[in-house]
Design a protein around this ligand. Sequence first.
Ligand code: PMP
Length: 397
Amino acid sequence: MRIEDKLSARTQFMHANVTREILKVVGQPGMISLAGGIPAPESFPIDIIRDLTNEVLDEFGPAALQYDQTEGFTPLRMALMDYMPTRGVVNVNLDTLNIFSGSQSTLDLISKVLITPGDTIAIEAPSYLGAISAFNAYQPTYVSIATDENGMIPEALEETLKTQTIKFIYLVPTFQNPTGRTLSLERRKRVAELLQQYDVLLVEDDPYSALRYSGEALPPIQQFAPDHVIYSSTFSKILSPGLRLGFCVAPAPLARWLAIAKQGSDLHTQTLGQAIAALYLRGGYLTDHLPNIIALYRPRLESMLNALANYMPEGFTWSHPEGGMFLWLAGPEGLDTDVLYQECVARGVAFVPGRYFYYDYSQGLNTMRLNFTMVSPAVVDKAVKILAETAQDTLIT
Ligand code: PMP
């Protein structure tokens, strides 16, 4: 049978995620990977999870193993109603809050409910490529909004909103993946005004704001325009990505539609993990453990910033994130980071070339994303040194 003849039209718009392909290559022994986007294994609170699993079974018994409501396990939703306002999220209640199978599944459900083929989505350039993968299956078109070191430029957004009908805007305003950049407070307020003025929805994807290593916390855009924002976050970076737990606050009618869409996808998010997360929040374990994660990552970021300043040749610039997991590096015009990637991999260091974070791969040819959470400060230093030497050689030849 020719399976190609059986596939839906939608599959033409679906592509394998490039970073997942790169991760397969870089899993080789001896390779230093700055390519990944995953938390360090030593950040996981294994002992806490072991204890909480027992507590969950004592407290909830079979209910922790049973089918449950699509909207999420009630004790977790209650715990999030206490926790999310500490991040500045407003309107968190049982009509607006859903638990989904990781924030990736939130992006898929949002797409399922909102995108009619041909609709236009406004995205930052560059953008999180997992979101583009989620959207692609629903066949939207894209418009890129220009960014600078303070994130998306509101004037550029307004230009687009004036001239085009946009179904929604997708933004990672804090410690963005891939750039590590953060949208300033002033811009957050301006974006919120534009949402209201043009009556357009924003998907605010916020997996990283809890991982702040310096500077002051910023409120989410959702706080300034809750009727126009779908706020999405996750336990992946503050507990464990393997539990696949995302949480999402949306205007009530939309939250209801997201739950209806989820019924057809997977009925509900796994109950046992939700019960563990409920006690993780309720028992104050997150408050205790988050400083450990921050203490693990902060020196890794510092080491990367120092190494870049020490070793990179003339002509390179990079972002200076105050948190998250990534940093964005731009080389001189004409540098092809795909070629640099091949050379670096041959010398034992991997990263992700930047063009894969643009929806059509046509921009950012001289850029790259560096992850700093997976290796120790000393190894970060070594990797950046190799990267800098390889970049120097590539530029000379
Ligand atoms: N959004 C962004 C911006 C991400 O970087 C990630 C993970 N790398 C996700 C969503 C998906 O995370 P999860 O499904 O594990 O919650």
